[in-house]
Write a protein of this length. Structure first.
Length: 667
């Protein structure tokens, strides 16, 4: 079905729903307004008067219904256009087959091969490859999660209509289902019944992980591996080179309602999604792996592992009797049960408590038995049944997406200042200049950690920030380091701003494995960024922190504030120069730079085609490493449809690979 026919189908369905759920009169009014609007756009001067008269004659209830009808109509038209884009994309893939389409992963690896990238160079690029998308909340994303789920279901039905050789009865069934979906959409209030809470925003972000990223990201891994087998046989891609992170629930600068309790609940929601997704996958796989031990003898290592799990839980004891000769099934069922137990734990309470606690299960405890099974089963079973789950465990772990923490530098300095007043170190720390603050911090970092109360600080703000650092320490202690991403310091102006975070993390006990990322936003801060990093890289304790994280440094640059500060042209020139300078100082100190681009949807916020933006970065600033924010409405437009999400992601990966070519700058 082509675009025009799809639009007519959806428009007719909406007309039926409008007539049935409102009235034929409302449908007629809507149609007159629509016709007058089209005529006015076409240049009909009389149509403007007709349109004005129709709109002015509406009473309150009619205006509500007509406005809702047009809002839903535009949603449906957008879905029709998305469906058409997917169809065109598939046609391009078919027409080019067996050659890859441009801006795909296969095309990028072929480009590297054709342009003289050696096996050794490619191996190094794969080791360095590190691409991360960071989901952020944004006020321009106003849709309820309920509405997004309805949009998703309509999109799935439209996709079904594109299948070839459908029977007439099936087509009728799909249209009937569409009619039902449009009806439920119409009867659902678009407006929220209350203002969205932070946890609502967290669940919206997790919705996209659940519906799209969970299956699309592993596909990117398979495509890179296939491209390597074709052009660089023998090379293996690195582990977790394409991952997700989130600011939602951890961005304290962007939302004053984000407290340490909210962050703890966010971590629970992140882990809860991963645990449930993996539990369902293990349960499904256990039923599939019904191999009799006489036909596929289990490895001794697997028998030993299973034996160590005795005594078994009651449900597993029942399965053990019923399927006594199916060890693979029993192993996977046991892992599913372990995940079920983990899902029932009150993680938020454990994170906010002082009582000793340990995680019920860690990712490694799931991966190890899977690896044993993978070595024992036939290759085709491993490839199609085990590998997808193992890849999802690698990518998402038991945390779904790492949670970044962001706080503004003046808030950090105020907290340090208040604590230092309490310790009688100095009375006016936050009002000192950067050199004076740096001198004080150096002295404190050379001294033993002082004894501080769990809720250090007099003011509510200081107590809250200190509680955040204690929460990070407890999270790492109980659940490991994978849940927490970088600590981002917005409005970073000096090295002292970064070392202040290092000091608080050291005192709170969460320094191990912590990445601290300065965010340079204003034009002046971008100009000063090289000097700030030079000071940090030559600082003994900060250098030790970098060494513990494989000498990787995340540096974030802001597009929105620099644009507001200096204007579009000046901001982009300063951003370009800052990237060159930041990369130069990192090379000087043998630091692996990960530039973190704080982009939004609009041009003023650094928006535009992501692949072109990547290719436009200064030479030798990417080197396989790229981190970028995906904000609010951009998440919906790029990742609501799995096929379009795949295309966008492969364009990002392709651009990073091409931009990292050792020979590209010589072209």
């Amino acid at each position: 079905m082509d675009l025009s026919n799809t639009i007519h189908l959806l428009g007719n369905l909406l007309g039926q729903v409008l007539s049935e759920q409102e009235s034929p009169e409302i449908f007629d009014i809507e149609e007159r307004i629509r016709a007058a609007s089209k005529a006015r756009r076409a240049g009909d001067t009389d149509a403007a008067e007709i349109l004005a008269r129709e709109v002015s004659n509406l009473d309150g209830e009619q205006a509500r219904a007509v406005a809702a009808a047009f809002a839903l109509y535009f949603d449906l038209i957008n879905l029709a256009e998305e469906n058409h884009r997917v169809t065109m994309l598939r046609d391009r893939v078919k027409e080019n087959y067996p050659e890859a389409i441009p801006e795909s992963i296969d095309a990028a690896v072929k480009y590297l091969k054709d342009n003289g990238t050696t096996l050794e160079d490619m191996d190094q690029l794969l080791q360095d490859l590190d691409i991360e998308l960071v989901l952020t909340a944004h006020p321009t994303q106003a849709k309820r999660r309920t509405i997004m789920s309805k949009v998703f279901r309509i999109a799935k039905q439209l996709e079904r209509l594109t299948y070839h050789n459908l029977l007439p009865a099936v087509i009728d069934e799909i249209k009937s289902q569409l009619y039902s979906e449009v009806t439920t959409f119409w009867l659902t209030n678009r407006a929220r019944s209350s203002n969205p809470e932070v946890t609502d925003e967290v669940r919206t972000g997790l919705y996209f992980i659940d519906e799209t990223f969970w299956d699309v990201l592993p596909r990117m891994y398979r495509e890179l591996q296939k491209a390597l087998e074709k052009y660089y046989p023998g090379l293996e891609m690195g582990v977790n080179w394409l991952t997700l992170a989130s600011w939602i629930g951890g961005d304290r600068d962007g939302n004053p309602n984000v407290t340490h309790e909210i962050t703890a609940e966010t971590l629970r929601l992140h882990r809860g999604l991963a645990v449930e997704k993996h539990r369902a996958a293990f349960g499904k796989l256990s039923r599939l792996m019904s191999f009799d031990e006489k036909q596929l003898s289990p490895p001794k290592e697997l028998n030993t592992w299973f034996g160590e799990k005795h005594p078994l839980p009651p449900h597993l004891e029942f399965l053990n009797r019923r399927y006594a000769h199916e060890p693979y099934r029993l192993t996977l069922a046991l892992l599913a049960k372990e995940l079920e137990y983990a899902s029932k734990k009150d993680m938020t309470a454990h994170l906010l408590s002082d009582q000793p606690h340990s995680a019920h299960i860690q990712t490694d405890e799931l991966i190890h038995p899977l690896q044993v099974i993978a070595r024992a089963v036939p290759e085709q079973v491993k490839e199609h049944e085990l590998s997808p789950l193992m890849r999802q465990l690698d990518i998402f772990g038991l945390h779904s997406a790492q949670l970044d923490i962001r706080e503004e530098s003046t808030r950090i300095n105020a907290v340090v200042g208040e604590i230092l007043r309490g310790l009688k170190v100095t009375a006016d720390y936050e009002n000192y200049d950067s050199e004076q603050r740096l001198e004080i911090l150096n002295g404190l970092l050379d001294n033993p950690v002082p004894e501080l109360a769990r809720y250090a600080g007099i003011t509510k703000e200081t107590a809250e920030t200190w509680s955040l650092f204690k929460l990070l320490a407890r999270t790492k202690h109980i659940y490991g380091p994978d849940l927490i991403g970088p600590f981002i310091i917005s409005m970073t102006k000096s090295a002292a701003d970064v070392l202040a975070v290092l000091l608080l993390a050291r005192w709170a006990g969460c320094l191990d494995g912590l990445q601290i990322a300065p965010l340079f936003e204003t034009v002046k801060d971008l100009e000063d960024s090289q000097g700030v990093l030079e000071t940090l890289f030559t600082h003994k304790i900060y250098a030790e922190l970098l060494s513990a994280s494989a000498n990787k440094q995340v540096v974030m640059i802001g597009y929105s504030d620099s644009n507001k500060d200096g204007g579009y042209l000046t901001a982009n020139w300063e951003l370009y120069q800052a990237q060159e300078n930041i990369a130069a100082v990192c090379r000087k100190h043998a630091i692996k730079l990960i530039l973190f681009h704080g982009r939004g949807g609009t041009v003023a916020r650094g928006g535009g085609p992501a692949n072109r933006a990547i290719l436009a970065q200064p030479p030798d600033t990417i080197n396989g490493r790229f981190r970028v924010t995906e904000q609010g409405e951009v998440i919906s437009s790029r990742y609501a449809n799995a096929s379009l999400a795949h295309r966008h992601l492969e364009q990002i990966v392709s651009a990073v690979l091409v931009a990292s070519s050792p020979n590209r700058q010589d072209e």
